[in-house]
Structures are given as structure tokens and as C-alpha cells.
Design a protein around this ligand. Structure first.
Ligand code: BGC
Length: 392
């Protein structure tokens, strides 16, 4: 079956500055990840910009990335470092000159340490500090950006940082988590306007993380329903001022009655005979259901901002790309206005609290030499991007 995607479809890959640049002065710096690696040097992207731009442009027609806020701005409302602006502009211009569409993420989990000292997202201060940062980003880089993604996965950020305590500031307090979410929601509204005032054609949205949530037992039914309501609806309803809905999707979470996630309960999914990667249960069909659900909910164009597979077996990654795109295609056939797909991730990188050994890249990076090498999946995905589709 030949799957032809819509004209002008965005075929991209995705990264975040924190995960590919050497940590400058942000709150993940120094974190000891579960695999023993320390969050400091990641994959030296800052030293390989030209090569990385070439690789990115050779794969797809779009790229989703962020900037290291702590490198650009060294104190609250401070002016941007000129050499850092130059460095980022040079990189983005290189991509634009090669015909790559840019989606810029303004906040992707990591915060400057001065922002943390000023109270971070728990404090209302965060809104004006973020507003000031965004104004300067828009001023310095706005001409190079096509799509804006204000906040990456606010639901994941507050869950991981303020409920489960896996990300800095490692708190476990649902009331604080709600405050953080509300401040990010307010900040989103403020910066949405700022971007639109300067660039009325710019497409502005967030990226909402989605999972297919279900239960295998009667005991899991209620917890799964509650989690689904909170994580999927409650969070995204706080970010409705968008031009497109950005969704990331990685798989299924089964409640039994507690959620079964490979990183938290290694071996459990195998015992239940479920296919999975190093993190989640494999369930490509869920992507179609989620696309239809969010398309009905918001009646807006949708972009898949992240989708990928954490595995060292690249054949599995190829399969995963095929299967997820097949269901994305089916969703389009059922009326979903899907405009693009960004694979997570361009490069193997530093997976926040888990470390360097959780690899989802199309491109591998040697741990010592930092030499980049396209995997089979990169060639496979590149072909799909060039042909705007593939045979399933
Ligand atoms: C994040 C990425 C992360 C990926 C896998 C998303 O939640 O945006 O930064 O690497 O999922 O956990």
C-alpha cells in the first residue's frame, strides 16, 4: 500500500539544546543520571554546528530545536550575549539556506540557574522573566523562525519536576505542580501575543505530550481514567491559544492498578508479554486514536512534534517509524489535518534523568570521539521525507 502524505508536509527531526549541548549554567547541570552518566558534556553540538546542520538538512525539510537560555542570558532581564546570538544565528541561517523550516522551542525543561534562584516556575516572577527572554529571542531570531513552540510538554515538566521528583527541582508536591502549570499557562498566553504582534504569520503552539492510557484490570480502571483526564485534558485545556496543536507520542501506559513503565519496573512488561522499548509499551495504533481525539477536541491543524523509540536495535526503530507513520496516515484519511511529523531525535543524546545510554537518535554519536554516524533508520527516514511517503 502506497502512503502519500499531503503536499508541503513537514518532515523533520527534533532535539533540545540541553540534551545536545554541553551544559552551561542550567538546572540539569551536574545531575547524576540513573545510568551513571553526569549531565554535563552531552554530544558537543556547539562544536559540531556546521556538520550537524548538514546532517539535519540531509534528512528532512524541517528541524525542531531550542536554545540554551542560560548561555544567551546570564542574569534576570540581562542583555543577550552577542557571540552566542551570532553562533545560533549562524547555525539557523545555515539550515534556512538549505531550505529547512525551523520550529523553535522557547522552553524545553532546562532553566538558567539564576531563574531558579528567582523562584523558578513556582513563582509568578517567572512570567515576566520568561516574557523578557522571549522578547529578546523574537528580536534576535524571529526572522529565521517559521513555527514557534512556546513550552515543551508542560504536563511532563510539572509531573517530572514537581510530582515524581525526577527532574530538578526534585519536588513532590501536587499543589506546587499545579502552580507551575498555571504559571506556564499564563506565560504561554503572554508570549503568544508577543510573537504574533511582531510576526502575524508565525504559527505558534505548544507541544503536548500524549500517551495511550489504558488498564488491564478492574483495579487499574479508575486510576487510568483519572490520569487520562488530568494528563491529557486538564493540562492541554490550559494551553488553548494556539495556531496548531503540537503533540508528542511515545506509546502506551497500562495501569494495573499502578502504571507499568519499563524504566520504573524493569522486566514487568516482558512478564506480561508486552512489546516495549527501553521506556514504554509499543503501541503505534494509539497515535491514530490520539490524533483523532485531539483533532475533534480543538479543530486545529496538528503537528507531531516528537515520536521515536528508545532502542539500540536500529531495525526496531525502522519498524517503529513505519508503524507510527502508517497510523498517522490513517488519521489523515479520516479527516485529521496533520501538517507535519518530527522524529525524536536527530541524534542520540542525553536523556534527562536517565542518561546517555537511552538512545533514540537517527544518528549515533561516539561516546569518546563524538563522531556522528547516520544509522540505517536515518537513511530509511530520509527516503520517506524525500518521497513524501512510502510503501507500507
Ligand atoms: C521530551 C524529550 C525527551 C523525550 C523522551 C519528551 O518528553 O520532550 O526531551 O527526551 O520525551 O523522554
Amino acid at each position: 500500500m502506497k502512503l502519500n502524505f499531503p503536499e508541503n508536509f513537514l518532515w523533520g527531526t527534533s532535539t533540545s539544546a540541553g540534551q545536545i549541548e554541553t551544559a552551561f549554567d542550567h538546572d540539569f547541570k551536574g545531575l547524576k543520571a540513573r545510568d551513571g552518566s553526569v549531565f554535563n558534556r552531552t554530544i558537543d553540538h556547539e562544536l559540531h554546528r556546521n556538520e550537524d546542520a548538514r546532517i539535519i538538512a540531509s534528512i528532512g525539510n524541517a528541524y525542531r530545536c531550542s536554545l540554551d537560555w542560560s548561555r544567551l542570558q546570564r542574569k534576570p532581564k540581562g542583555k543577550f550575549e552577542e557571540d552566542v546570538v551570532k553562533e545560533y544565528r549562524h547555525f539557523l541561517e545555515k539550515l534556512k539556506n538549505k531550505g529547512v523550516t525551523i520550529m523553535l522551542v522557547l522552553h524545553h525543561f532546562a532553566n538558567p540557574n539564576w531563574f531558579v534562584e528567582a523562584g523558578s516556575w513556582e513563582s509568578e516572577n517567572s512570567i515576566s522573566l520568561f516574557e523578557d527572554y522571549v522578547k529578546k529571542v523574537v528580536f534576535n531570531f524571529g526572522d529565521l523562525v517559521d513555527y514557534w513552540n512556546t513550552i515543551n510538554e508542560p504536563g511532563v515538566y510539572s509531573l517530572m519536576g514537581y510530582v515524581l521528583g525526577f527532574y530538578p527541582p526534585h519536588k513532590k508536591n501536587i499543589f506546587t505542580a499545579r502552580k507551575v502549570l498555571n504559571n506556564q499557562s499564563k506565560a504561554h498566553k503572554v508570549v503568544y501575543k508577543i510573537i504574533k504582534e511582531k510576526f502575524s504569520d508565525a504559527q505558534v503552539g505548544i507541544s503536548k505530550n500524549t500517551m495511550f492510557i489504558n488498564s488491564d484490570s478492574i483495579l487499574g480502571y479508575i486510576p487510568a481514567k483519572i490520569f487520562d483526564k488530568l494528563f491529557m485534558d486538564y493540562v492541554s485545556d490550559k494551553f488553548k491559544e494556539v495556531d496548531y496543536v503540537g503533540l508528542s507520542y511515545y506509546g502506551k501506559i497500562t495501569f494495573k492498578p499502578l502504571p507499568i513503565i519499563e524504566t520504573e519496573k524493569p522486566g514487568e512488561l516482558d512478564k506480561l508479554g508486552k512489546v516495549h522499548d527501553k521506556m514504554w509499551e509499543y503501541y503505534p495504533k494509539g497515535l491514530k486514536e490520539i490524533l483523532i481525539r485531539f483533532s475533534k477536541k480543538y479543530d486545529k491543524p496538528i503537528i507531531i512534534t516528537e515520536n521515536g523509540c528508545f532502542t539500540d536495535d536500529d531495525e526496531v526503530r525502522v519498524r517503529s517509524i513505519k508503524d507510527h507513520l502508517r497510523y498517522a496516515y490513517e488519521a489523515i484519511k479520516e479527516g485529521v489535518d496533520l501538517r507535519g511529523y518530527f522524529h525524536w531525535s536527530t541524534f542520540d543524546n542525553f536523556e534527562w534523568q536517565l542518561g546517555l545510554t537511552y538512545r533514540a537518535g537517527l544518528v549515533s554519536v561516539d561516546s569518546k570521539t563524538k563522531k556522528r554516524k547516520l544509522k540505517k533508520s536515518a537513511y530509511f527516514y530520509r527516503k520517506i521525507c524525500k518521497n513524501n511517503g512510502f510503501n507500507y
